[in-house]
Design a protein around this ligand. Structure first.
Ligand code: C5P
Length: 229
């Protein structure tokens, strides 16, 4: 067939949002639909890559011509990522992974108390998968891309936060979604800035499909210029 920018490359994409169980019927989740990650998997496939998609609670239909691994929790996502990175040339971590989970999973449904006291949910940090796979690369020359939804504050712009996060996580590129102006979650269009380790910033606005094509192009460029070994 045709040869694309990622022909012969193996691309791993995570998409959706994790759910962290609280008791047998409840979880803590987030509003990620998986649209952007699924669009990335489709764009990587269209660019000729062999694609593995790890989907966490996807609310959109995944492509049929990718290997789909379905997960629910951040722990399941971590296990799936750690095993799939062994063979991936490119890893795109588009999933919204919970930063915290309930410290314990109640064996029974949490009941309303007799005396009207409110239950307290204790949270604990989840392992940072992106930082883990970036600092312990499964393969030399593997290109790792993270996502970040940032708002600015009185002294820092979203871009400054994104640069700091890129350095802290140790990945090769970070895709910044500015959430200051409103929700990105579940919508069809988006605006992103891609920050790379050389300090360059590239911007794209449009449908999540258009932005996915742009991001796959950008990643293919990084992969092509990465010296393996
Ligand atoms: O730190 P923050 O949650 O903003 O980072 C977002 C990026 O890190 C996303 O690429 C997400 O997939 C990844 N992440 C992760 N493990 C976590 C939390 C986030 O890999 N526990």
């Amino acid at each position: 067939g045709e040869s694309g920018a990622l022909t012969g490359r193996r691309v791993l994409v995570t998409a959706g949002g994790t759910r962290e169980p609280l008791d047998p019927v409840r979880y803590l989740g987030n509003r990620s639909s998986g649209k952007q990650g699924v669009a990335l998997a489709r764009a990587a496939r269209a660019a000729g890559a062999d694609v593995t998609l790890i989907g966490a609670n996807l609310q959109v239909e995944p492509p049929t011509d990718v290997d789909l691994i379905t997960v629910e929790t951040s722990e399941e996502l971590r296990d799936a990522v750690l095993s799939a990175t062994a063979t991936a040339d490119v890893v795109i971590m588009a999933a919204a992974v919970a930063d915290f989970r309930p410290r314990s999973l109640a064996a029974h449904k949490i009941k309303k108390s007799e005396d009207g006291t409110d239950p307290v949910i204790e949270l604990t940090r989840t392992p940072d998968i992106l930082a883990e796979i970036s600092t312990h690369r499964a393969r030399p020359g593997q290109v790792i891309v993270g996502f970040a939804a940032e708002t600015g504050d009185a002294t820092h712009t979203p871009l400054e936060f994104a640069r700091a996060k890129l350095a802290r996580k140790g990945c090769d590129a970070l895709v910044l979604n500015e959430v200051t102006a409103g929700a990105v979650f579940g919508q069809d269009s988006t605006a992103v800035q891609v920050v790379t380790r050389d300090g360059e910033v590239a911007e794209a606005t449009g449908s999540k499909d258009d932005v996915a094509v742009f991001l796959v192009d950008t990643v293919a460029g990084i992969a092509a210029s990465t010296v393996i070994g």
